[in-house]
Design a protein around this ligand. Structure first.
Ligand code: SF4
Length: 365
């Protein structure tokens, strides 16, 4: 049986944690990400919003494309909502894109295009929560305030062997107060930047959800969970999200294109609020029978059923059943809700949910 080293007492943590984390980040942390080494709140904000619930490797492409199209808050505020949604398509959690757009408009209209400088003020903006506000304030203005995103909660819950249920808002607040107590004493802006990045890096690369790399951890001798041999029991979270399963039947109508010679596709805009709100999608029906009722009998005979696709959302497990039907476009208005025919070129520029886009790509290949 391995014998774990005793951890330093909790009273030693406030003085010891931050210096070790900062030194580790400077030597071993991540330094090449495109949103680092900047004090531009626009870039930090954009990266923080994109990184919520999304892997760094996925965000990298989106971040560059987004910045290329919208290099500053003014250009984002001026953009049509469709252009923003289209660039966001595939990143998921689309309310983030709507809030991003709204926030840019508020920054331009109410703050003269300049983000407020403190975490407290930043939290008043649409879509900016405590952790994003703290990241902007710490990275751009050196404010002494702690981020508390999911990765950081995991690190701190283990470090402190914090056994309160983090599904509860009161416990999250308590952990945040403890996080504030671990901040570096009298930090320079560069220290705050390294500390904040260090928390993120430690959570992403060392103190991972499963199989944490404790032997490489700069704070292992301070870690209460490691000393107790119960690392994976932290964080405590009672109500894990339970996903509901749903079947969606996608009516992928196509019709010979009078303009381009190929096929045009019928798309509707998804209603808001709801799943994929504001994005373009083929009509969604809840059963095959319901879908069949929407299609003229003659066209149904030639319908092509594509293989079902599984797609996970935060609260749902969707099973998508795509059915391709070729129709005479003059009939469509009679049996469908408002929508429009789009050419393959137009399709490429519209905001489509990622699984829907890949279905159309399959059709085209
Ligand atoms: Fe996480 Fe292990 Fe480091 Fe503790 S010692 S903070 S559990 S990586």
């Amino acid at each position: 049986m391995s014998v774990l080293p005793a951890a330093a007492g909790l009273d030693q943590l406030p003085g010891a944690f931050a210096p070790r984390l900062i030194a580790w980040q400077r030597q071993h942390g991540r330094h090449g990400l495109p949103w680092q080494h900047t004090r531009d709140p626009y870039r930090v904000w954009l990266s923080e919003v994109m990184l919520q619930q999304t892997q760094v490797s996925t965000v990298l492409t989106y971040f560059d494309r987004f910045l290329h199209r919208f290099p500053d808050v003014q250009s984002l505020a001026d953009a049509p909502a469709d252009a923003v949604m289209s660039l966001w398509a595939g990143l998921g959690y689309y309310s983030r894109a709507r809030n991003l757009h709204r926030c840019a408009q508020v920054v331009v209209k109410d703050h003269g295009g300049v983000f407020p400088s403190t975490a407290a003020q930043l939290q008043n903006l649409p879509g900016i929560g405590a952790s994003t506000a703290a990241a902007i304030a710490a990275f751009c203005h050196g404010e002494r305030v702690s981020i508390v995103d999911g990765n950081v909660r995991r690190v701190l819950a283990r470090l402190l062997a914090f056994d309160q249920d983090l599904a509860q808002v009161a416990s999250q607040r308590e952990l945040w107060a403890l996080a504030q107590g671990l901040l570096p004493q009298s930090p320079t802006p560069a220290d705050m930047s390294a500390y904040t990045q260090g928390l993120m890096d430690l959570g992403a690369t060392v103190c991972r959800r499963s199989q944490p790399l404790c032997e490489r951890c700069p704070v292992q001798s301070l870690c209460q969970a490691r000393a107790s041999g119960a690392v994976t029991q932290f964080p405590v979270k009672s109500s894990r999200v339970k996903r509901r399963s749903e079947s969606w039947w996608l009516l992928m109508l196509q019709s010979p294109s009078p303009a381009q010679g190929g096929m045009d596709f019928w798309l509707e805009r998804r209603p808001a609020p709801g799943i994929w709100a504001g994005l373009f999608c083929p009509p969604v029906l809840r059963s095959e029978a319901e879908l069949q009722q929407r299609v003229p009998a003659q066209a149904w005979q030639a319908a092509q059923h594509l293989p079902a696709v599984a797609h996970s959302l935060t609260h749902r497990e969707l099973r998508l059943h795509p059915v391709v039907v070729c129709v005479d476009r003059s009939l469509v208005a009679d049996f469908l809700a408002p929508g429009e025919w789009v050419t393959p070129d137009e399709l490429a520029t519209l905001g489509l949910p990622a699984p829907v886009r890949s279905l159309y790509q399959q059709l085209a290949s």
